[in-house]
Design a protein around this ligand. Structure first.
Ligand code: PGA
Length: 249
């Protein structure tokens, strides 16, 4: 464990579209109990909308916080299927993921929409976790830096006051759910770019998480990198021991 790290450690589980009332009950209980002893690390879970009430009921009063995986840019109205930031507040959410690569690719979310979602979340008092990352094709074409900078553009344009209250998650699309983790050095190289952009804006304390096939077995080497402040965890967040292993790292 690196105790000299400048920013607080943060590990967020992204359950994606997984779970059931019965399975969640055991998982939430185990995560709550297992995180209590890890004072050096903030722990959170982002669950499907229908399970926010369950997360609130089971996690209230403990050290693990919870959130959602998306938010509408609208406050209310005729937007069938969408969920507003105010509704997330009704369930005491602390976090909301915005711009996850699965939202960008399956729901055609643009960089501008992602930035707007981040702004709407902030306005409601939620902390947006802004996800960025390049595809395999873009990585192979040597476009990683360009893609990251393009995705961050509209977000950084919200200004230092807004960005200082966000979390950024770098998730190379080619490493998500594939078992192919970026090497710590590969991830660090991109995190350093993100960090530079944040520092240029004067918001050096923003946490930057890495995501993409993070497991208990590779977390420590990723967290040893100077600009990796924690992880956004998909598959491994569904298995209590794996998730708690990452938290312990
Ligand atoms: P993974 O997903 O850990 O299953 O690769 C990470 C994410 O998509 O947030």
């Amino acid at each position: 464990m690196n105790t000299t790290h400048a920013r607080q450690r943060l590990v967020i589980g992204n359950w994606k579209m997984n779970g059931s009332l019965a399975a969640n009950a055991a998982l939430l209980q185990a995560v709550r109990a297992g995180s209590e002893a890890q004072a050096g690390c903030q722990v959170a879970v982002c669950v499907p909308f229908p399970y926010l009430a369950q997360a609130q009921a089971q996690l209230s009063g403990g050290t693990v916080s919870w959130g959602a995986q998306d938010v509408s840019v609208h406050a209310s109205g005729a937007y069938t299927g969408e969920v507003s930031a105010g509704m997330l507040n009704d369930f005491a959410c602390r976090w909301v993921l915005v711009g996850h690569s699965e939202r960008r690719s399956y729901h055609a979310e643009t960089d501008e929409q992602v930035a707007l979602k981040a702004a709407v979340a902030l306005q409601a008092g939620l902390t947006p976790v802004v996800c960025i990352g390049e595809t395999l094709q873009q990585q192979e074409a040597g476009e990683t830096a360009q893609v990251i900078s393009r995705q961050l553009g509209p977000v950084l344009a919200l200004g230092a006051q807004s960005v200082s209250r966000m979390v950024i998650a770098y998730e190379p699309v080619w490493a998500i759910g594939t078992g192919r983790t970026a090497t710590p050095e590969q991830a660090q190289a991109v995190h350093a770019l993100v960090r530079q952009a944040l520092e240029a804006l004067g918001v050096g304390q923003v946490q930057v998480l890495y995501g993409g096939s993070v497991k208990a077995s590779n977390a420590a080497s990723l967290f040893a990198m100077p600009d990796i402040d924690g992880a956004l965890v998909g598959g491994a967040a569904l298995v209590a021991d794996e998730f708690l292993g990452i938290v312990a790292a």
